[in-house]
Design a protein around this ligand. Structure first.
Ligand code: SF4
Length: 733
């Protein structure tokens, strides 16, 4: 007689989607427990102890387990057969052999840089690290980048330029509720990360003020005390206009500027060239509203500016974010508690994903690939000579644009650029022109459907790994289930490929083992994780980087010890003996620049890469909706989410609809120089009459990114998703 197996224990973990990385508990459901008890299913339980979301989840997080048991998830490798031209089931051995052969043959025939690697901002830190290492030491290619380049790279570049260090929020999210005034620029967090809305509600309940900058009256803008709706692509001018008024009204914090910054005279001069009436003409925001914003921002004892994709996804995104940072610096709203500039990252591991080496110009620990000392440190951890490491490669769009030409084979992991990249029809034709494409994914995404080999990989609840949320808090996603038979982890894929490609030094597939190596590789770098362990994360429910090992431990492990950058970058606990406590708040004593001062950067307004003209007279801006996530590869497979957001639409003002003769629900074609997208009209007064909006989560005829402009920011290489010129036509049907 067997006694029944005990119920599996609940597992504390985190949502698979956005950068809030909401805590949740998963209770595996045994197969014999009623109708929902299929193998591999889990139930989501509220986890109130995790401080970021305190139990709250949005619909995406609540329904995330549906993808685990989805009928459309991949559970066996697929290989394209030459005779049928179709993807057909294969063994893992065959699939991995084919990939190894495909990558090797291309490298042999066309050189190592003819092999590309494309990663994702949803990959765990361990995967991002392993992918970067795999590209540089196993494949020996410089051609690696990831879709996070499309997410917040402009904010990252502006952070680096001004503060010498990039962490999305340099303070815990909870500080937002305790400041006096928040300016939220280009973020619709009521739809993108609803549990974060509570911080704004608490802010207002405590008497704080909220200013929202967005060309649309979104659900977030509805909460604002003041909504500024600039013309898309002009928020740089808006920030300069506010700074002009700060100077004109004597609101500059001269003492802070003198003591903790450099470069103010030049930045001041640039702002003074943007007088309010000029800014009103450029942005469409009335001067009285500019004055109101300055009063709210400066009257509060503490205030913050938080940006998201709106100002960042522009061909001048770095300068636009820089202008908002200048506003914070001039008013002394930086480097002290409850004030400052922060970026709300997008993807689940948008932060950690760019810190550990899958970005074209970076090595683990947020080190620069071009820095000889950084190369030497990481090469020693990897057991190679520094000279063996390739140099910086192309940015994400430039890499996609080179496919089929300079780059002839691609390994793609955790990304669906066929939907998420700008000028997507062109990217699709580039992907089709590759000699060899291998994709690892959980479902047959639109990009995977083009591949020569598709590998079915484990999902969030089936594997363990760390993520770094928008606050720089390193958290642990724990496995609650074993993957279905036929499914392997991304780490196991890289390990198997490394072995096939002749890498003899070992390429671990175990997440904790990879993290231990990552700790060593990051030690001494700006994003120092060397004092963070799985055990600590579990005990403390997250640890903020930088977190170097204590001096004692560093000596014992032969790492470089406490980094100068990290030491200087924070003031909370660095002086205490014993293990480093992590760094919730950055820059309190000094900024992470060489001289410890934040740098003003003089910036000026310039038009978008593509302005309206007689042929394309309307502006298009793109964004997200509540029930879908990024390219929709997962969320479009969840019935409840699909029902809530079944497809794209074109939001337009009644005046524009009338001019066009469009009625609610009628199909509209949005035409740009790059292509056409068709979707039903959604007529609304919540958008400017000169602008239309499309969400970008779908493929097919309504793919918004068919139309978007790949013009790149010169610093961050971010494409201009947020603004391009289009014309509207009434579509057939
Ligand atoms: Fe998941 Fe983000 Fe929703 Fe939280 S807000 S449940 S992390 S998608």
């Amino acid at each position: 007689e067997h006694s029944p197996a005990p119920d599996p224990a609940p597992v504390d973990t985190h949502c698979p989607y956005c950068s809030l990385q909401c805590g949740m508990t998963l209770r595996p459901t045994p197969p014999d427990r009623g109708s929902g008890g299929t193998p591999g299913s889990v139930e989501v339980i509220e986890r109130t102890a995790f401080p970021v979301n305190r139990g709250a989840l949005c619909g995406k997080g609540r329904t995330a387990p549906a993808v685990l048991s989805s009928r459309v998830r991949l559970t066996e490798p697929l290989v394209r057969r030459p005779d049928s031209g179709r993807l057909e089931p294969a063994t893992w051995e065959e699939a991995l052999d084919r990939i190894a052969e495909g990558l090797e043959a291309t490298g042999r025939a066309h050189g190592r840089d003819a092999v590309g690697v494309f990663g994702g901002g949803g990959l765990t830190n361990e995967k991002a690290y392993a992918l970067g290492k795999f590209a540089r030491v196993v494949l020996g290619t410089s051609q690696i980048d990831y879709n996070g380049r499309f997410c917040m790279s402009s904010a990252a570049a502006a952070h680096q330029r001004a503060f010498g260090l990039d962490r999305g929020l340099p303070f815990p999210l909870a500080d937002v509720a305790r400041t006096g005034c928040v300016v939220l620029v280009g973020s619709n967090l009521a739809e993108t990360m609803p549990p974060a809305l509570r911080y704004l509600t608490e802010l207002k309940e405590a008497g704080g003020r909220l200013i929202v900058v967005d060309p649309r009256r979104t659900r977030t803008a509805e909460q604002a005390d003041l909504h500024l709706a600039p013309r898309p692509g002009t928020d740089l001018a808006l920030a300069l206009g506010l700074l002009h008024l700060v100077v004109a009204e004597g609101r500059v914090d001269e003492e802070f500027v003198e003591r903790r910054t450099s470069g103010w005279p030049e930045a001041r001069a640039a702002a003074m060239a943007h007088w309010p009436e000029l800014v009103e003409r450029i942005t469409g925001v009335p001067v009285p509203d500019l004055r109101k914003a300055v009063t709210m921002f400066c009257d509060a004892e503490n205030s913050m500016v938080l940006t998201a994709r709106g100002p960042e996804q522009q061909s001048k995104g770095t300068d636009t974010v820089g202008a908002w940072i200048n506003l914070c610096l001039a008013t002394g709203r930086a480097g002290r508690p409850l004030s400052g500039y922060g970026c709300l990252t997008g993807q689940g591991n948008g932060q950690g994903g760019r810190e550990h080496g899958q970005k074209a110009d970076q090595l683990p620990g947020y080190r620069k690939l071009a820095d000889p000392a950084a190369r030497a440190h990481v090469a020693a951890v990897w057991g190679v000579e520094p000279d063996a490491l390739p140099g910086p490669g192309r940015s994400a769009y430039e890499l996609l644009d080179a496919l089929g030409q300079d780059v002839r084979a691609l390994l793609l992991m955790g990304s669906n650029p066929l939907v998420s990249a700008p000028r997507a029809a062109h990217v699709e034709s580039r992907l089709r022109s590759l000699d060899f494409l291998a994709v690892a994914d959980v479902v047959l995404s639109e990009t995977a459907a083009l591949a020569d080999v598709v590998l079915p990989v484990a999902q969030w609840a089936e594997e363990t790994g760390t993520m770094t949320n928008l606050e720089g808090r390193v958290i642990l996603r724990r496995a609650a289930l074993t993957p279905p038979p036929g499914v392997r982890t991304d780490l196991s894929v890289l390990s198997g490929l490394a072995a096939r490609l002749g890498w003899e030094k070992g390429f671990p597939a175990d997440a904790e083992e990879v993290f231990e190596e990552l700790r060593r590789a990051s030690a001494g770098g700006p994003a120092d994780y060397s004092g963070i362990t799985y055990r600590r994360i579990a005990e403390e429910d997250g640890v903020f980087w930088p977190c170097p090992e204590s001096a004692e431990e560093s000596a014992g492990t032969g790492t470089e010890g406490t980094p100068k950058e990290a030491e200087g970058a924070h003031s909370e606990g660095a002086e205490r003996p014993g293990p480093h406590p992590g760094t919730p708040r950055l820059f309190l004593d000094r900024f992470a620049t060489d001289d410890g001062r934040a740098r003003f950067v003089p910036v000026s307004h310039r038009p978008a890469a593509e302005e309206p003209d007689a042929t394309y007279p309307v502006l298009l801006t793109t964004g997200r909706v509540l029930a879908q996530y990024q390219s929709g590869a997962q969320t479009r497979r969840v019935a409840e989410l699909n029902e809530a957001a079944p497809g794209p639409y074109v939001q337009l003002h009644p005046l524009l609809a009338e001019r066009l003769g469009a009625v609610e629900g009628a199909p509209i074609t949005v035409v740009s120089r790059r292509g056409r997208a068709v979707a039903p009209a959604r007529i609304s007064r919540d958008i400017r009459p000169d602008t239309v909006f499309m969400p970008f989560h779908w493929a097919g005829p309504g793919r918004a990114n068919t139309v978007t402009n790949p013009a790149l920011d010169p610093v961050s290489r971010m494409p201009e998703f947020k603004v391009c010129a289009v014309r509207l036509e009434l579509a057939e049907g």
